[in-house]
Write a protein that binds this ligand. Structure first.
Ligand code: GUN
Length: 289
């Protein structure tokens, strides 16, 4: 029998903890944490993510600001807006929702964010600090994954962990966190150019799937008793839902789950933990003022 890693439940417990901290700050007359988000264009997934982030802020008692711009915004204007947020002493943390339109450099935008306000933990300074084990803001999804592993007391020491995908925001940073002292996993990163992906994944004790390809991980790739963390969130159209779409992960859940010891669902697994990590980073930033 497998255990479902209920990210939604854990996220709601953490949100409760954060709300209690905010209430204490309020009583002590301290600053209420303020998270801002920049959203460009009208990508459906980005709209949903940002709307959820605003809702999360409300739930825990944070202040939130949403700055929206059309796809035609120039890189220079966006960099000016980022500078404004960097200099706004009321804003503790902010994010620029990705992906950005093709004419804007994601790297330039991320580098323009003050590392002290980098709630997403995407700035090279924060990634560098993570790399050498210094305190800083951890990237939101890897932070959430590690928290799930810890709260479910999943053993990582000496375990073979295979990360599928090498993105800057998930695959690469989570591979670093899992191999660090304290987590102590033996980590392999596989990607689009890896040969024999199936053979490598099928030896894993822990699989982290972060490639954005629906049902990529099939039952034959999963060892009996493995832990499977599904980071995929591909939107596909669906007649079953009111919104007309549904989220699907990178794992063929129905056939993979019976082989697992633990598995995350999509939705309701990693996604809520990513959002809660953003709140945690913002709370840390606010308390530093
Ligand atoms: N796009 C997809 N995931 C994320 C995220 O965690 N943060 C930001 N800023 N953009 C994203």
């Amino acid at each position: 029998m497998y255990t479902i890693i209920d990210g939604k439940k854990i996220a709601s417990e953490i949100k409760q903890e954060i709300a209690e901290e905010v209430a204490k700050l309020r009583i002590a007359g301290k600053k209420i944490p303020h998270l801002a988000a920049i959203l460009i264009g009208n990508n459906g997934s980005s709209e949903t993510y940002v709307a959820n982030k605003v809702k999360d802020c409300k739930e825990v008692g944070f202040k939130s600001t949403l700055l929206r711009f059309g796809n035609e915004i120039t890189e220079a204007v966006l960099l000016d807006k980022i500078a404004e947020l960097n200099n706004d002493s009321d804003v503790d943390g902010f994010i620029v929702q990705l992906p950005l339109p093709g004419h804007i450099s994601e790297n330039k935008v991320i580098e323009a964010i003050d590392p002290k306000k980098d709630a997403d933990g995407f700035h090279p300074v924060n990634l560098g600090r993570m790399m050498v084990g210094l305190p800083g803001y951890l990237p939101a999804t890897p932070f959430g994954i590690v928290e799930l592993i810890k709260r479910f007391r999943i053993e990582t020491s000496g375990k073979k962990c295979v990360v599928i995908g090498r993105s800057n925001i998930v695959g690469r940073p989570v591979s670093i966190l899992l191999s660090q002292k304290g987590m102590d996993a033996t980590v392999t990163v596989v990607h689009s150019r890896t040969k024999n992906i199936k053979d490598i994944v099928s030896q894993a004790d822990i699989i982290i799937a972060a490639i954005g390809s629906p049902a990529f991980v099939t039952a034959e790739m999963v060892k009996e008793g493995a832990v499977v963390i599904d980071v995929g969130t591909t939107r596909i159209s669906s007649a079953e839902t009111k919104s007309g779409f549904k989220l699907v992960g990178d794992v063929d859940f129905e056939n993979v789950a019976p082989k697992c010891s633990y598995i995350t669902p999509v939705p309701g697994g990693v996604g809520p933990m990513t959002r809660v990590s953003l709140l945690r980073n913002t709370l840390i930033a606010a308390k530093k003022d």
